[in-house]
Each structure stands twice: as structure tokens, then as C-alpha cells.
Design a protein around this ligand. Sequence first.
Ligand code: SF4
Length: 370
Amino acid sequence: MAGIYIHIPFCKKRCLYCDFFSSTNGEKKAQYVEALCEELHDRKDYLQGQVIETIYFGGGTPSQLSAGEFEKIFDTIHSIFENISDNFEITLEANPDDITPDYLNSIQHLPFNRISLGIQSFDDKELQFLNRRHDAHSAITAIQLLQKERFDNISIDLMYGLPGQTPEIWEKTLRQAMDLDVQHISAYHLIYEENTPLFSLLEQGKITPVDEELSVQLFEILIDKLEDAGFEHYEISNFAKHGYRSRHNSSYWTGAHYLGIGASAHSYNGLSRQWNKETLDAGYRAQDSDLEIIDAKTAYNDFIITRLRMKEGIDLRKMISLFDADKKTHCLQQAQKYIENQLLELKNNHLRLTRKGIFISDGIMSDLLL
Ligand code: SF4
């Protein structure tokens, strides 16, 4: 099983916190789509004929592309890849503002069967602070419109830990999300990335980050509310109704190979990892991508970091089949103190984060690494 990720680096306006590669210069779209198609041709052998199960259009804001631009990309994909699974998952990341009846009508012949909406919050003040271009009402309308058009696999992104956010505001956003009956929710704590306007506000002392105690409380509310509503907490930041895990993102956490097309996109084929440059020049790929060869140590570290994120945890039998016995010994030795403190549990040959452990997962992971 393999996947394709296609990066669409255009946004109508930039959000306060964002450090993804994207541009508000939409004039370069046509030229960029041509470059994407060329790159697909150039790298058609990267996945070595593996069956493609998932295609993910991420951004940026992929819903800034027109139906015609998507057609070009899909035509190219179909002309190159023969091995596309009948049971594919094709995700379109979209901004709620772009989801209009006309837009949905224009893309209805395209094979998208999963929509991921960047909602972030259902609180207008929070949305304004984040400099999002939608408000709560348009987010709700977008979801209802998608449901009316029979999209039955909708994911929304939410954000918590915003300055001034209270448990009550966060619970209200979660209640609204649950009332809308979406199938999947990704929820991330706000991060203060350098070189963002958000970071400048922090440096100027104009905003105060939430303290650690409140962060933990907001995360606990998230887990409790969504689990009570029937969502499976299948990855640290991801929750799904039964049968609606993100197959594309899950493939990142289970070691599947993926081809990343477009500026800043990452690729992985088990032997190496590759990053395209962050540029909108027509020849964005003509400049060498960065390449990291995956040696045995990196492969083990990747295995720990990705598997421990997931509900299933680290399969120790799989570990033995992939690595030498020393690595399993190292992993279990390092894990021992966390098992004793109920931060990790070892059951049925799987090493998993406990509910308590999830809150300090970064520290635990780094302790298990080589
Ligand atoms: S829409 Fe997404 S990619 Fe674009 S600026 Fe906002 S967060 Fe970044």
C-alpha cells in the first residue's frame, strides 16, 4: 500500500500562526499545476508499482484550485499510475469559505471521497484572532452543505490552547463539532512557531500563552468529550468514528511509502526521505531536493516515533522482524520506568502510551530512541 501527497501552496490570506509553505499570490497557480504534472511524470517510478490506496491534497488551501486544475492533475495521475486501488481514499483539504454550492457542483465529477475542513474553532473571536477567513456560521454552513451533497467522510481540524481560551469556550467548540456529526476530528494545541506573526505578538508581550495546567485540562476535555461521543482516539491528535480513521495519515504512522509532489512536499520509500524545496518557481524541483538516507538507527527511531503515536502502540513482534534483538532490548529497558509509573503499558506484545502517558508522549518517545 502506498500514497501520494500533493501540496497546493496557495491561500487567500495567511493565518496568524501558520508556518506551512504557502503564498497569497494566486497568479502562479496555472504554472504551478503544470509543474506538479511534470513532477508526477518525472517521479512515476518512485513507488515502484505499489498499489496506490490514498491521495491527499494538502496545503496551503487546495480548495483554491478550480475543477479544471484538479482535472489536469487527476488526468495526469490516471495516465501514469495503473495501480490505483478501487477502494481509494482521496482527500481534499478545504477552507470552509470555499465550500459553496457552485464550487461543490463544479467538483462533483472528481473522485474526492473525503473532505478535511480547516475549521479550528467555532468561536468567532478566536477565529478573528487566528486571522482565519471564515466565521463560525460559514463553518457550520460548509459542513451542512457537504452533508447535503452526500459527503459522508468529513474531517475537521480544531485548535486548542489559544490565548484566553477557557475550558468553557473549548467545550462549546467541541459540542458544536459533535452536533454536526462529522466522522473525524484532528485537534492540535496552538504552537508558537518562529517567524510567524503569532510569535511576534508573543515576543512583544502582547499575548500570554495558556499555562501547562490549562493545556492539560483542555486536552483532557478533548479526549473525554470525544470518547464519550463515540470517537476512537486512535492517534495522539486524531479521533475517528468507527471505520473513519484517516487512511492517508495512518499510512505515515505505519511505515507505508508515499510520494510527495509539489513545493515543500516530503517523500518516503523506506530507504530514504526526500523534501522538495519551498519555492514557487516553475522549476521548484529542478533544484535538488534534500535527501536523507535511512540507516538502521534512523529506521528504528522512526519506528518508535510513528508507532507510539498510535493507539495500537509498538508491536514488539514486528520490531523483532525489522531490527536486531539489541533494539528491542534497548526499547524495553528504556520503557521500564514508564511501565512502572503507568505511563506505558505492555500488553499482548504491544507497548502503548497510557492515558497518563499521552500527556508527556514527546519525552517518553525521545527516551526510547537511539
Ligand atoms: S489556510 Fe492553512 S496553510 Fe493557509 S495560512 Fe491558514 S493555516 Fe496556513
